[in-house]
Design a protein around this ligand. Structure first.
Ligand code: FAD
Ligand code: FES
Length: 277
């Protein structure tokens, strides 16, 4: 087996693929909440993906990838048996929810990749936790059966009502809290506006909230400054200080503005035909 070889590739939705990569050095050490940075080839960009699952005995790491631009489309063209050029990790700090007794994991879209290993970990630890998972429609709702098997209660939500409850994760979360659920921690991951909205809900109820920041990244070592976030007025780097932070302290407006810094460049890339070429 080649290092960083794609052992298995599984298409889960029109624009979402799951890859199992042979990477024993990463599999040996990685934990829930951490991520890798990969390059498809020598000319490739460095792109971060959450460790969605791993097998220490088989030396494999699984990532769940939504095709949104240059590298993710390039990756989608690779086949089982092809090898990535780099697969560096594990990076970032592992999730630590040890101080909490009743947790609600809230995932939006591809955020399922982050809460899936957490759900497995929490179940192993014997913790009580619910999962609220939201997506635009049924096709984009990932790992439904797996979450149902892991969580104490699982609440799927879709914008269009094609599966589960119609609406947004924030509405469902608020309904659960108002219905008497005594969460002492909410963990949220998804698009920045969604995480901001979750924090706005939980702030009102005084519930600790942890978010996973999917900022733009380059080196992943704290050197380039690209993944900077403002936490209570202090500069933090998502790659080394995070990616998980106290959501009530994050300046989401600043993070959203930074996320759009290269939008024009990416748009130009898409105008070249919606492909990486
Ligand atoms: C710690 C971390 C973990 C992540 N885990 C996953 C994961 O498990 N699965 C997954 O599909 N994606 C994940 N992402 C996001 C992923 O890195 C981006 O989607 C990817 O870099 C896009 O690369 P691209 O070259 O295909 O797109 P580009 O051509 O660079 O950009 C296309 C579009 O994607 C947006 N984009 C670019 N980078 C990011 C980013 N970091 N976060 C959100 N939007 C971005 C751009 O603003 C643009 O609209 C993660 C990001 C971080 C920081
Ligand atoms: S990615 Fe460069 S400092 Fe975090």
């Amino acid at each position: 087996m080649k290092n960083f070889e794609i052992i298995k590739k599984r298409r889960l939705a029109k624009n979402v693929c799951e890859y199992t990569i042979y990477a024993p050095s990463v599999a040996r050490h990685c934990m829930a909440g951490q991520f890798v940075i990969l390059r498809t080839d020598n000319d490739g960009e460095r792109v971060p993906f959450t460790v969605c699952d791993y097998s220490r005995s088989e030396g494999t790491v699984r990532i769940l990838v939504q095709e949104v631009g240059y590298t993710t489309l390039k990756l989608a063209e690779m086949k089982e048996g092809d090898a990535l050029c780099d697969f560096v990790g594990p990076l970032g700090k592992p999730t630590d929810l040890s101080e909490y007794a009743k947790i609600c994991l809230v995932g939006g879209g591809i955020g399922a990749a982050v809460i899936y290993p957490q759900a497995k970990q929490l179940q192993l630890e014997g913790k009580t936790f619910d999962v609220v998972l939201g997506a635009k429609n049924r096709d984009l709702l990932m790992y439904v059966d797996e979450f149902r098997g892991l969580a104490d209660a699982f609440y799927p939500v879709t914008d269009d009502g094609s599966f589960g409850i119609k609406g947004f994760v924030t509405q469902e979360l608020e309904r659960l809290i108002n219905g008497g659920m005594k969460y002492d921690c909410v963990f949220a991951v998804g698009p920045l506006p969604m995480m901001k909205a979750v924090c706005d809900v939980t702030r009102g109820y005084g519930i600790d909230t942890v978010v996973s920041m999917n900022t733009l990244m380059v080196d992943g070592t704290g050197m380039c400054g690209c993944c900077r976030v403002m936490l209570d007025g202090q500069v933090k780097y998502a790659c080394i200080d995070g990616p998980e932070f106290d959501g009530h302290k994050i300046d989401f407006d600043e993070a959203m503005a930074r996320g759009k810094l290269y939008a024009e460049h990416e748009h130009a890339c898409r105008l070249r035909g919606g492909s990486w070429k």
